[in-house]
Design a protein around this ligand. Structure first.
Ligand code: SF4
Ligand code: SF4
Length: 272
């Protein structure tokens, strides 16, 4: 056997060894499970535990829902539909378990699980933590419409009645507001008309800066008003009944009449 033949036989057995080793490596996992106990569970009689933070079917506790629609706005698939109606002031809807007062009737709260992608984005924004994921993951349906879950606690008739009641209350409040605005406008208009109808003050007779017109008495006992004395001649009377006439008044108006003085002298003579 020459050297070339020896090399050929050696290569042959080497390849057989490599092939066997490759098969053994490939079968390593299979061989491992061949000798370990079976882990198959008898589903659906037996079920695997769901991870604590697993995302499955949603649930809404309507006792705590305030109808704020935060979950609906956060949903990227737009599969949450909520409709609400304002409650009347006389209605008490109670409070949530977190202490928030409920003011809205939730007349519609539908989640379309055919659209839901189980992202869980609707859960964190809820202020009362009433929407959350459950461990329910088997809810397949033959009819797609059956995947729309309604969570409202009101019957369709009750929901329609609440919606109508809220609409009427809204209309009534709007009418009251409009009537109040009209009354205020009418009052303002009446005040403006009264102010326009009042006579405007003229000349020096009118109240100027809130000062009433002054009446003066002349030396002859004549009573003059600013109108008769002429503008600028009005002055208050002094303590003895004489008026303090301004310098511009004519002197003749302040002198005693000649006839009056003569009569007094005649009286003196008679007494003597
Ligand atoms: S889990 Fe995601 S897709 Fe489903 S309802 Fe919530 S936000 Fe929408
Ligand atoms: S965020 Fe919560 S409280 Fe607000 S509508 Fe959704 S479920 Fe109701």
């Amino acid at each position: 056997m020459d050297g070339a033949e020896v090399n050929s036989v050696e290569r042959y057995f080497t390849n057989i060894g490599k092939g066997f080793w490759t098969v053994m490596v490939g079968m390593k996992v299979t061989m491992k499970h061949l000798f370990t106990p079976a882990v198959t569970i008898q589903y659906p009689d037996a079920r695997m535990a769901i991870p604590e933070r697993g995302r499955n079917r949603l649930y809404v506790n309507m006792d705590d829902c305030i109808g704020c629609n935060q979950c609906g706005m956060a949903c990227p698939a737009d599969c949450i539909k909520i409709e609400t109606a304002k409650s009347l002031p006389t209605e008490d809807l109670g409070t949530t378990s977190t202490g928030q007062k409920k003011r809205l009737w939730v007349t519609k709260f539908d989640i379309d699980f055919a659209k839901c992608c189980y992202c869980g984005l609707c859960v964190p924004p809820c202020p009362t933590e009433c929407i959350y994921m459950t461990d329910v993951y088997e809810f397949s349906e033959y009819d797609r419409n059956n995947l729309i879950y309604s969570f409202t606690t009101l019957t369709p008739e009750e929901a329609a009645a609440k919606a109508l009641q809220a609409k009427e209350a809204e209309k009534e409040a709007a009418a009251k507001k409009a009537a109040a605005a009209a009354a205020v406008a009418a009052q303002k208009a009446a005040q403006a008309a009264k102010a326009a109808a009042a006579p405007a003050p003229t000349g020096s007779q009118g109240l100027q800066h809130g000062v009433p017109p002054v009446v003066t008495t002349t030396a002859t006992g004549q009573v003059t008003s600013p109108a008769s004395a002429g503008p600028g001649n009005a002055s208050p009377p002094t303590g003895n009944g004489e008026s303090t006439a301004p310098a511009s008044r004519p002197a003749t108006q302040l002198e005693k009449p000649a006839g009056l003085a003569e009569n007094k002298d005649d009286t003196k003579d008679t007494a003597n």
